[in-house]
Design a protein around this ligand. Structure first.
Ligand SMILES: Cc1ncc(COP(=O)(O)O)c(C=O)c1O
Length: 617
């Protein structure tokens, strides 16, 4: 076999070369054939030289292989460790690396820095990537020194479930930018924005893959654009975005795999796996993935057989879908007030609104928070009222150690693009009740019964809907759900950044967690005192002038035209005073996953200036 191997890097003591077929054993070959394993390095029989690596990158992009395994040799023949180069993609040109040492006794001082320097040089000069990043465990001072020595800078500290010596530790993300692609700073509205991608134009490695000037979506890890990278197509700085997801190569790999392979016998593979994993996450027995959260809510109403003549209580501040689904089944929405602290359903208002016709209540976990769930559940149980938990905004939130979505007969979630976890569009219905689940499942597919003794192919038992999620979306959902703890922690971190900067600002109330609650702070939101004399619309407009995309909090549902027929003759501002007091002054602050602490700093400085400083004029 002709296996001429060129090293990627060579120092006086070490060399690094890509793995070849000669290096690998049966375990590797087995893994290569395992459909669960994606993105594995392809070992080769071929020569590895500069051109081979460039070809490899281009081919990897086409095939969705996202990592290159390097063998680390001491004195040119002793295999002492591996270097994994992740996200080896010429599209993003941002690489992630990790070093694994097999035998610490063979490791000498300075090896790490040598490797990092060699790899950086190779990746920047030969591959012309823009950025390399890596993680290390926070307590590891030696790693911190090593990365600093070779020019890596700290980008953030993440709480992650890395178990080190039986303890969970934080991980520190560090990155190094290609110095040849010179940053060009520009000042906009007081904010310095740099464009590393806007400097020297670098030829893409795989010519068929266009190199975006900036990534349009919020990404995590090595593919995440630093704030300084955000620019629109013309190189102008893009506004600080209101929201957007975190997508890594894992999501890209799973969706790619589903596009390629999720058909024929595997046409439901990802869907079923997603539902199974969601059931594990929420602790609920039955999960039905849907095309949207609204669809799931509609199915929940139908599953409970709500209809004309029934009243369904719903908080007056929530997304319009929470109430729209009540109207879809011909039931009557009854809008009740929210609690001043949690901004969720007030238990007292709920109890006051109950009549003989009340059949259900939609309990909304607004912005990742909860109402006083103990009180609400006690009232509902005593009065024989069904709970539909609208947990669209609260995936992963916890109330007394129980997950959102598990507090009613039925719960729903949304994975639309603004949510903490996304599938593009999509939703989930969760329940422990088999009959409800089966009815919802049939109705989600034109009222057909696909399984069981009564099932007959293409026979509709009742008029249904088309509310199914696709296999492809489910693949994205699986990858996002795998990262849910990390996503929640990052959102909580974002909230802490806002909190630290706005805590002392008089007359500004941020989201508050009630007793026993672990909120996800889906959107950090500020209710600004009316004393400032500025409505939410005015503040949002002023923030937009400073290149910040904030959004207003919802309007009272009872104030909007579609629901006017249900509120006629009622003075809703009097009935729901808290809703009408806070709705005009609520601002949803930017919460996209791309935001950095510096972005939050900028937003808070501008908000403060608008409320108290020169920006008032
Ligand atoms: C509280 C609430 N309920 C329901 C929905 C509906 O979800 P979807 O947009 O997926 O239909 C949303 C989503 O935006 C929501 O925030």
């Amino acid at each position: 076999m002709d296996t001429q191997i060129d090293t990627l890097i060579t120092t006086s003591r070490l060399s690094l070369r890509p793995v070849t077929m000669d290096d690998v054993g049966p375990v590797y070959l087995q893994a290569l054939n395992d459909p669960e394993v994606v993105g594995l390095t392809e070992a080769r029989h071929v020569r590895w030289d500069r051109q081979a690596v460039l070809d490899y990158v281009a081919q990897s992009n086409r095939e969705g292989v996202s990592q290159l395994l390097g063998i680390f040799l001491k004195d040119s023949d002793q295999h002492i460790g591996n270097v994994r180069l992740f996200n080896f993609s010429s599209v993003h040109r941002r690489l992630e690396l990790s070093i694994i040492i097999f035998d610490k006794s063979q490791w000498s001082k300075g090896y790490g820095a040598e490797v990092l320097q060699g790899v950086s040089r190779y990746v920047f000069e030969v591959l012309q990537f823009t950025r390399i990043c890596a993680d290390y465990y926070a307590p590891n001072a030696a790693s911190a020194r090593m990365f600093e020595k070779v020019g890596f800078q700290i980008e953030g500290v993440f709480k992650q479930h890395f178990l080190l010596d039986s303890q969970y530790v934080d991980s520190v993300r560090v990155a190094k930018i290609n110095p040849a692609i010179a940053p060009r700073p520009s000042a906009v509205g007081g904010m310095v924005v740099q464009h590393p991608m806007g400097g020297r134009d670098v030829a893409p490695i795989g010519a068929e893959f266009p190199v975006p000037r900036a990534l349009p979506v919020g990404l995590h890890g090595s593919t995440e654009p630093p704030p300084s990278c955000r620019a629109d197509g013309g190189g102008r700085p893009a506004p600080i975005p209101s929201n957007g997801p975190s997508i890594t190569e894992r999501e890209v790999a799973l969706v790619t795999e589903a596009v390629r392979d999720g058909w024929y016998a595997k046409m439901s593979r990802y869907l079923e796996a997603f539902e199974r994993r969601f059931a594990e996450h929420t602790g609920m027995r039955y999960c039905l993935a849907t095309s949207s959260g609204t669809g799931a809510l509609h199915l929940a109403m139908l599953g409970l057989r709500l209809g004309p003549g029934d009243e369904v209580i719903v908080p007056d501040i929530t997304w319009v879908a929470s109430a729209a689904a009540i109207c879809y089944v011909g039931a009557t929405p009854v809008f009740v007030d929210v609690d001043r602290t949690t901004w969720c359903l007030s238990a007292e208002a709920f109890e006051r609104a109950i009549t003989r016709r009340t059949k259900a209540v939609v309990v909304v976990d607004l912005l990742g928070n909860f109402p006083d769930m103990d009180a609400v559940r006690t009232i509902a149980r005593q009065r024989g009222i069904h709970i539909i938990e609208d947990a669209a905004q609260a995936i992963g939130a916890e109330y007394r150690d129980r997950k959102a979505g598990s507090f009613g007969e039925v719960g729903i979630f949304s994975f639309t693009g603004t949510k903490l976890m996304v599938t593009g569009e999509g939703g989930m219905l969760v329940t422990n009740e088999k009959t409800l689940y089966q009815r919802a499942k049939g109705l989600a597919h034109h009222g057909l019964l696909m399984r069981g003794a009564r099932s007959k192919m293409f026979w509709a038992y009742e008029l249904g809907y088309k509310y199914k999620m696709t296999n492809l979306q489910a693949a994205l959902g699986i990858a996002q759900l795998e990262r849910i703890d990390e996503l929640i922690e990052r959102r909580r971190q974002l909230f802490r950044w806002y909190q630290a900067r706005l805590r002392d600002l008089d007359g500004v109330q941020l989201n508050r967690e009630g007793a026993g609650v672990r909120s996800t702070f889906w959107i950090p939101t500020a209710i600004v005192s009316r004393r400032y004399g500025l409505t939410k619309e005015a503040i949002v407009r002023k923030l937009a002038q400073r290149n910040i995309a904030a959004r207003p909090l919802y309007y009272p549902l009872s104030a909007m035209p579609p629901f006017a027929p249900y509120c006629r003759g009622k003075r809703m501002a009097r009935i729901n005073p808290v809703t009408y007091a806070i709705a005009p002054y609520g601002i949803c602050l930017p919460s996209a996953f791309v935001l950095t602490e510096a972005d939050v700093d900028y937003v808070c400085t501008q908000l403060r200036d608008i409320l108290t400083g020169r920006g008032r004029r």
